[in-house]
Design a protein around this ligand. Structure first.
Ligand code: SF4
Ligand code: SF4
Length: 349
């Protein structure tokens, strides 16, 4: 008979969570019992997490509370010990400062950072302290630092030009190695997958040059996009509101950055796997990439240096070209057939 564990989750819960996490990680379901046991063991120790906020709109917290495998409630209440999170903790003011100070003194926590860090003095303060100083202290005492969302990774939207507060991502502002989980907001399943990987494997997942876990940022969106056959066939949306848009053609010409964006958005999807940017008709804005707000501006401008299969022509022009080519082929075929069809007698005639 299944019984509730001390932390409130049953073995069946752990098996369910492990199965969902493996699906997110793209790994075999045969590992479910092994992962469930490892997760159960890790959760028994209630690993500590300190979650701090800087310059952002709290969208990554919004995203996190919609996680499914496990749910944010299971993670926060049953698997982790989230000692400090300004948006969801009951404490506030001086009491919250004391909670943070106690957690930092323990030096045995994973620090999750949401938001960029203003580096011009006086441009980013919490409780009279510079955000930069708080970050130095809290991140500096952590076992590992995970920067979630584009703002924490590279400054994100608040760091777009002219960036008068000189907002930077955590790694750059503090000059330290961090795990970067970009996107605006972060996909909650990538955060959960990273935390579960650390808990069960005892180490960080393999990272790319930008500090992103390869398991979530190892493939180009363009290579996994359901509209790719339209790209390959030269069928593009030329403007929003057109019949090409209604037909679900490729969004490259209205600004899609999928050919240069690396992430598993098409597979992981968003909002309980309901949909994702390109599926709802928005071009990918490339928010998985470093300094994307300036690098990919204007958002609805065409990427340069992308080789198009038929050159820069419209689907109608391709259709005319194909029709002309087909017509020429038919005429040519008829001529050949006609000449082959001539019998010696015909020639004589
Ligand atoms: S350009 Fe964008 S919409 Fe078109 S196939 Fe690539 S990722 Fe998909
Ligand atoms: S599809 Fe593109 S814009 Fe949308 S979340 Fe993924 S990387 Fe960002």
């Amino acid at each position: 008979m299944l019984t509730k564990r001390g932390n409130g989750l049953s073995r069946r819960d752990f098996i369910r969570i492990a199965g969902g996490t493996l699906a997110t990680l793209g790994m075999s379901g045969t590992l479910t019992p092994k992962l469930a046991r490892a997760l159960e063991k890790a959760a028994a120790g209630r690993p500590k997490v300190v979650w701090i906020h800087f310059a952002s709109d709290t969208g990554c917290t919004e995203s996190f509370i919609k996680s499914d495998h496990p749910s944010a409630g299971e993670l926060v209440l049953d698997i982790l010990s989230v000692d400090y999170h300004e948006s969801i903790m009951a404490a506030a003011g001086k009491q919250a400062d004391e909670v943070l100070a106690k957690a930092v003194a323990g030096k045995d926590y994973i620090c999750v950072v949401e938001g960029g860090i203003p580096t011009v003095p006086g441009h980013g303060m919490i409780g009279g302290r510079e955000m930069l100083d708080i970050a130095k202290e809290v991140c500096g005492n952590a076992k590992a630092v995970v920067a979630i969302g584009s703002c924490a990774v590279d400054g994100g939207v608040p760091a777009a030009k002219p960036n008068p507060s000189r907002i930077l991502g955590v790694g750059e502002a503090l000059g330290m190695k961090v795990v970067n989980l970009p996107c605006c907001p972060v996909n909650p399943e990538w955060l959960v997958g990273t935390v579960v990987h650390v808990l069960t494997m005892g180490k960080l997942p393999e990272l790319d040059k930008q500090g992103r876990p390869l398991m979530f940022y190892g493939r180009k969106i363009h290579d996994n996009c359901p509209r790719r056959t339209h790209f390959d066939g030269g069928r593009f949306v030329e403007q929003f509101g057109s019949k090409e848009e209604a037909a679900g053609y490729c969004l490259y010409k209205v600004g899609c950055k999928g050919p240069e964006a690396w992430s598993e958005c098409p597979k992981t999807r968003w909002n309980s796997k309901e949909s994702w940017c390109i599926e709802i008709g928005s071009p990918c804005l490339g928010c998985s990439e470093d300094k994307w707000t300036d690098h990919f501006a204007p958002f609805y401008g065409k990427l340069a240096n992308v080789a198009l299969p038929y050159g820069d022509v419209t689907a109608d022009q391709i259709g005319v070209g194909i029709a002309v080519a087909t017509g020429a082929a038919i005429v040519g075929h008829a001529v050949v057939k006609a000449s082959r069809g001539k019998s010696p007698d015909d020639t004589k005639k």
